[in-house]
Design a binder for this molecule. Structure first.
Ligand code: G3H
Length: 255
């Protein structure tokens, strides 16, 4: 297996963009399932996009996951990040602290010389708790920032991988299996047609609230995520997809 030339990747970017109906696709070489440095390259490419697209005083909502953790790791300051605020997109989803959206927002902000706000809510909230939490003044204000985010940056995972990694309730696992979930993003699960089949109960960004003027940047690579990325983009094609060759080959049906 030889590595594609730069022109080869440019051609692949166009084909993936056409297939998924995504405006801008950036493909980094290789497959992040095989080499961990590829995920860092996804991170680097994502940071570059953020520098090009953000302007001072913007708000960026970031999700969790190992890919986003690598975006944070690759973050460096930029004049466009002046007074930019990083906020977590949603509350706890049962992940380890290192890859929670809160941790990622604070790391990104620190490395970008920006600001951050945290969303302190436990995982698996009851309906009553959620309803009273969103009335707390501090949380209310943060939720307003999330709604006003200029950009949302998030990962996508294969449904089974994500459900296993988080401590998912038996009942939820049954739903995911029954409804044939293949993709996960922000705690939402999707079937292969891009329909939402389950939503983890936390507060923060609600997918159906996303506005046209908000830029959604999806960062996800690895051949094992090809099906998940394809399904998720059927729900709502993102404005930017940053992925790798491995995932792209799967998306294009070349594997
Ligand atoms: O929410 C997490 C994402 O769906 C994927 O996580 O970047 O660790 O694969 P990952």
């Amino acid at each position: 297996e030889t590595m594609k030339s730069v022109t080869g990747l440019a051609d692949m970017e166009k084909r993936v963009a056409d297939t998924l109906q995504v405006q801008r696709v950036i493909i980094v070489p290789e497959n992040s399932d095989r080499y961990s440095w590829v995920k860092k390259e996804l991170g680097r490419a994502c940071v570059q996009q953020m520098k090009e697209m953000l302007v001072p005083d913007d708000i960026v909502a970031v999700a969790g996951g190992t890919t986003l953790a690598d975006v944070a790791e690759m973050m460096t300051p930029d004049s466009n990040f002046n007074n930019v605020t990083f906020v977590p997109a949603r509350g706890g989803l049962g992940e380890k602290v290192e890859i929670q959206a809160n941790t990622i927002s604070s790391t990104m902000a620190t490395k970008a010389n920006g600001k951050y706000r945290l969303l302190h809510v436990p995982d698996q909230l009851s309906k009553e708790t959620r309803e009273s939490l969103v009335l707390e003044p501090g949380i209310k204000e943060l939720l307003r920032s999330i709604r006003h985010a200029k950009m949302v940056v998030h990962g996508v995972g294969a449904a089974s991988t994500m459900a296993e990694r988080r401590e998912t309730k038996e009942e939820t696992l049954d739903t995911l299996e029954q409804k044939q979930a293949v993709a996960e993003a922000f705690g939402y699960y999707f079937d292969k047609s891009g329909h939402i089949v389950h939503k983890e109960k936390t507060i923060g960004l609600q997918l159906d609230d996303l506005q046209e003027n908000q830029t959604v940047v999806t960062v996800a690579g690895g051949a094992s995520k090809g099906e998940a990325i394809t399904a998720y983009m059927k729900y709502r094609p993102s404005d930017v997809l940053i992925t790798d060759e491995g995932a792209s080959q799967a998306i294009l049906g070349l594997l």
